[in-house]
Design a protein around this ligand. Structure first.
Ligand code: TYD
Length: 155
């Protein structure tokens, strides 16, 4: 079971405004990812400076921050087999018009920064982002009867 990972997802203000929270969460559930954390988060300037530090010198940095503070965002912790890579695959690439059909960004959005969703893109990012947005007591380990089919060896 060593390849079972946890990853951090944020559903951005456009997902909330466009009533796509359920649709996006459904796609992760159907894939076989387990929701082990789920809450609203009101992002602050400080949190966004940290979260988007790699973009701080970009001309669109201020716009992204403003956008991300328009409404609360929904934070999800997803657990599953190679979850970090699988979630990024389902999310699709940053520009929705270049993302592969079938991905959340390609199917449901048109523009950056309104590409609906953030997902950790590496083991290091997932470690840092899970700590940034969730306390240990907000993440829940529990068994599901479907674990045998979607976690580990799949039998
Ligand atoms: P980034 O971390 O590069 O991409 P991803 O979200 O796929 O991990 O960028 C963070 C967000 O910044 C991205 O989701 C949308 C926004 N953004 C822009 O608005 N314009 C851009 O040119 C880029 C690269 C990102």
């Amino acid at each position: 079971m060593s390849d079972i990972q946890r990853t951090l997802v944020l559903l951005k203000p456009d997902a909330l405004q466009r009533d796509l929270l359920g649709e996006i969460i459904r796609r992760f559930e159907f894939k076989g990812l387990k929701i082990v954390g789920l809450k609203f988060i009101r992002l602050t300037d400080e949190l966004l400076d940290e979260h988007y530090a790699h973009l701080s010198d970009k001309p669109f940095f201020a716009n992204i921050k403003k956008f991300m503070m328009q409404t609360p965002v929904v934070g999800l912790v997803l657990e599953g087999f190679e979850a970090i890579t699988e979630v990024r695959k389902i999310v699709g690439s940053t520009n929705p018009r270049q993302a592969d059909a079938g991905t959340i960004r390609a199917d449901l959005s048109m523009n950056v920064p309104s590409n609906l969703i953030h997902a950790s893109d590496s083991i290091e990012a997932a470690d840092a982002e899970l700590k940034r947005f969730f306390n240990d007591e907000e993440i829940f380990a529990y068994e599901k009867i479907t674990d045998r089919y979607v976690l580990g060896e799949g039998v």
